[in-house]
Design a protein around this ligand. Sequence first.
Ligand code: F6P
Length: 544
Amino acid sequence: MSELMTAPSARPEWQALQAHAVAMRSTHLRDLFAADPARGERLTAEAAGLYLDYSKQRITDETLTLLLALAEATGLREQIAAMFSGAKINNTEQRAVLHVALRAARDAVIEVDGHNVVPEVYAVLDRMAAFVDQVRSGVWRGHTGQPIRNVVNIGIGGSDLGPAMAYEALRQYSARELTLRFVSNVDATDFVEAVHDLEASETLFIVASKTFTTMETMANAHSARQWLISRLGDETAVARHFVALSTNAQAVSEFGIDPANMFGFWDWVGGRYSMTSAIGLSTMLALGSGSYHAMLSGFRAMDEHFRTAPFAQNLPVLMGMLGVWYTSFLGAETQAVLPYDQYLRRFPAYLQQLTMESTGKQVRRDGAAVDYETGAIYWGEPGTNGQHSFYQLIHQGTKLIPCDFIGFCHSLNPLGEHHNLLMANMFAQAEALAFGKSAEAVAASGTAEWLVPHRTFPGNRPSSTILADRLTPAVLGALVALYEHLVFTQSVIWGVNAFDQWGVELGKVLAAQIVPELASSGEPALSHDSSTNALIRRYRAGRG
Ligand code: F6P
């Protein structure tokens, strides 16, 4: 049963923001900065190694006061406490939400149904570390006695995007002698290309699936099994070349993986919040357990900050509320994330699942339809590539697109002037977006009159800048936790459940129905709509 809620839009704080938004639509960042010379230093906050400058957001002190009043009135403080206490806040699945327990201190006590889960978390972490040491030191050997040189993670969604992103992000800290690959798509090309140059005798497959029933992962895992057995000529080879990461021990053992080679986690870890669970095994294999624990310490620092810092200095709360402001009050539909670091090239893709599977909801926790906009569309590319692609639309298009710029003081690959060139571009883009170039300034520089409108930049395009010293495992952990908690903040304000994903089910059910229709030797009786029926017939005819 769902609890009955107050509609967020019925709150006086929400209505005050609606009225305030009308005035703010015509307020320009140029004027806000002109009126307050200290704005660029004042509207900042810092935690867990991340410096946040949100002064280039279209807000005033009043906006902030109203947004934080909405957060208080909605009970965000109590909801944060509820999450950290192990309450079953995932109401549609009756589950606790405790990804924060995955990186809690070893002596912390976090209870689910009166049972402290932290010792279990560390039991798995310690088993992972022991396994990782064996593989990296060559003690763990493949079926033919070869050490493991290749690790292939087979998983999708939360069982792929976090580990794939973290591997890319922290490559500098990884064991370069290990080759890591990630296979997610059921398109065979993904698997075939991932293994085409690998020696089976040196390859370890990690089958990562919370449920161990996901169609894509199971298809890839079965193909990997066949690939291995056909090359090593022995079914028993599976024991030394497959490990599983799952909550479903029975399905793992039915697949043929020894439960001794399974690293477990729990139903209180959502797929998209699972990169610090056993799902992180590939990350730990790449980094070693020391750097992996350093990454966890970054998560933990941000978790603690989120749990304890006053809202006015709380990075996830501030960024979450800014997202609510743009999405529900100023009409923005998307949020760009623009990391000025090549190692973070998969970060926007990772954030897409984290944010959009969490807040892409049209009903509240109590089942009532929302009457406001929820979850923004997240997207982005690393700088400076995006500048030569889609930034034109952000600068001069008709859409309002808030941007998060992410950059570092130090490059992990210092080379000549590259880093200053990179960062100069990041600072310049945020400046150009905010302040633009007025028609008067364009005309004053001698531009022909007819060209002036084309060369005018309206400005008033909002952004935040996150600046850190350098990309370390701990900083990556803090960054990911920042976005995890930002999403939680928004879900509380919008009154939606950030931890279910019923919207992905229908497509799965229909696909399962269509699979035999594509494979059947006789003409199948089709009962879809006329478009789907015709497409299936054409596909079957095309395949002869
Ligand atoms: O597509 C939905 C989803 O359930 C995601 O939420 C999840 O991360 C992904 O599928 C993979 O699920 P599993 O880890 O159970 O294979």
